[in-house]
Design a protein around this ligand. Sequence first.
Ligand SMILES: *Cc1c(COP(=O)(O)O)cnc(C)c1O
Length: 367
Amino acid sequence: MIPFLDLKQINLRHEEEIMQSISRFLQSGWYILGKEVDQFEQEFAEYCGTKFCLGVANALDALTLILRAYGIGEGDEVIVPSNTYIASILSISANGATPILVEPNIGTYNIDPLKIEQSITVNTKAILVVHLYGQSCNMEPIQALAKKYGLKIVEDCAQAHGAIYKGQRVGNLGDAAAFSFYPGKNLGALGDGGSITTNDEDVYSRLKALRNYGSHKKYENLYKGVNSRLDEIHAAVLRTKLKYLDDDNQKRREIADYYNAHINNELISIPKIEDDSPLSHVWHVYVVLTEKRDTLQRYLTERGIQTLIHYPIPPHQQEAYKELSSHVYPISEKIHREILSLPISPVMSIDDAVKVVEALNEYKENL
Ligand SMILES: *Cc1c(COP(=O)(O)O)cnc(C)c1O
């Protein structure tokens, strides 16, 4: 069986070092907002090239708090891709603002910059970009639009830790960015975790209070904040795992390169690369398109290859977003109907990638 992602093996590779970091945490006797979070914030800011980083409980909170820190709420509109994980959109609704869905490019799966401008109105306050599947969005035209209309750019980097667009890491391409350290992400904790990166000192300061009951000073509350903090134990483990992130991403690229070069079946479309630099993609998942997706998935399961679907139902067709159900997003709908995520991870062998490609190249629809 070729697993989609062997998470246990990913963490056990560093068992000794992870145990040491947990022991260091335990010996400190400090559990919430201490040295490990401080250090991790500095190290992750440095890694992303930003002035600031703040640990929070998860990426949904990170996105929600960023929009709130920019004062985005009732009556405001935020542009967001129609093809994303639901959390990107939930963060907008959570603030009482209106998500305006914009279609992706069918090849890269990322928001199509050419379709953004027609969706901008007097109420638009921000563009929430998602570097989906690990690939940086085509940011230059988006940055130009944000400048022209005075909009904030919020990056959802939950799938793209370490991706580099034109020499800069994601998380440093807009006004503020959200990262997830959910265990299955490219940089994963041993539970939930998240962070915010930004170069904006005002917003950093507001967010630092917002994540901690709205308080800078214990028992003095400036805002009606929330409790959304990265735990010390997760920060300690993440400091260890951050050291391996670039290597891990490189291993993912080797698998993706093999798939890109060898998948050769006219029934299956491979993903397109947005930028000519291989560093712009960290391959959180490797997603192909095929007309009879369920048939291909069943065929691969029979050949001992585990696949997943990211994601089966588009946001505008979710029960939670009934108000969007009259809208039609044909590209997004086609993507959700036809996508399949192949196995890829830093612990997958090229031998296994060879087997996946053999199976794909032998696939016929009438099997
Ligand atoms: C995982 C994910 C999130 C949410 O991250 P959590 O830390 O689980 O809240 C948000 N956006 C995208 C694109 C994701 O993949």
